[in-house]
Design a protein around this ligand. Sequence first.
Ligand SMILES: CC(C)(COP(=O)(O)OP(=O)(O)OC[C@H]1O[C@@H](n2cnc3c(N)ncnc32)[C@H](O)[C@@H]1OP(=O)(O)O)[C@@H](O)C(=O)NCCC(=O)NCCS
Length: 312
Amino acid sequence: MPWNLLLVLVGVQRLADDWQMPSQIAKIELTHLRELEILLNTCFSTPPKHSFFDDFPIWSSFESKDVRVVGIRSDSKKLLASCGVRFAQLRRGSEEFTIAVMGAVATAPDARGKGLATQLVNHVLDLARERKCEAAFLWGSEHALYGRLGFTLQGEQWRLPISHFAGSGAKELTLTKSWNPKIIDTIKLRKTGLKEDTLGASLKRKHTHVEWHWAEDQGRFAFVGFHRGIDLKNVIHEWGGDKDCLVQVLTTLAKSHPQLEIYLHPSHLDGDFVGVTKTDSKFVKEKLALCCPLEKSFAWKEPTWFWGLDSA
Ligand SMILES: CC(C)(COP(=O)(O)OP(=O)(O)OC[C@H]1O[C@@H](n2cnc3c(N)ncnc32)[C@H](O)[C@@H]1OP(=O)(O)O)[C@@H](O)C(=O)NCCC(=O)NCCS
């Protein structure tokens, strides 16, 4: 093949790659998954014998075209920093829009304070703009760092101790502690949170720490999921199904797992949900997520909500 034709072909191939990087930032490939895992385990102080991927399997889901992890290496090719992005559809009532969910932002301890995380987050925000995302979301306590990059705390997350249901008087049910495919069918009907797709469904099963409990009573089905990981331990972050059956499930769980709390958005309480009113003083109210608008037209609106397994 003539050398000039070869150059043209290489050029075309590069143009076709929508993940082209500036020289120092590169997509992390599947072959470097273990190296990424070591960086994340170190930076997030994952307990011995556990993996960061146990709680965040999204960042090892390299088979999905909607997931990318990018990194920066040293001259000797050691992985110094990482940042992950998942492109997804967010539901808000009858609306649906494209967003970027970010996570796995980490810099090796000896490489911190040199702007690596800033570079990677900015790079991923550019990728998200290219993918026409309206906004990017992430969760983290480094508000000064993310504030400089355009993120602000938004939204509402309400937390209620499950002991609230102990005196509900609802019938107690026999709960089954296991996965049930009906959980996905129920999740697909939600009007809030990420739209359930093939990736979301497979991730539900990869969260090995999550305990799923469900019950069926007179043809009605309800479920809860809790213990996502270190940051959502003792929190019911997934729930759904028939409302009366759900109250019965929560009433039953209040006896066996009195330490649990349930997360919800105030809009979930519309229509007399779970026999709780918005004015109940036991609610702990928190901000939901850090949000960076990417489209000029983007405006924060309620009810915007992420279920526990949506966050990254
Ligand atoms: C947060 C982290 C990714 C920053 O990486 P970095 O490459 O040093 O970041 P940059 O050099 O781009 O920016 C440094 C800024 O981060 C902020 N920062 C770093 N660690 C922080 C922490 N633990 N708490 C609050 N802010 C922090 C500082 O405000 C610093 O700003 P300054 O330069 O004004 O002092 C890195 O400290 C880390 O890996 N931490 C552990 C994992 C983690 O918590 N990740 C974020 C979860 S989303």
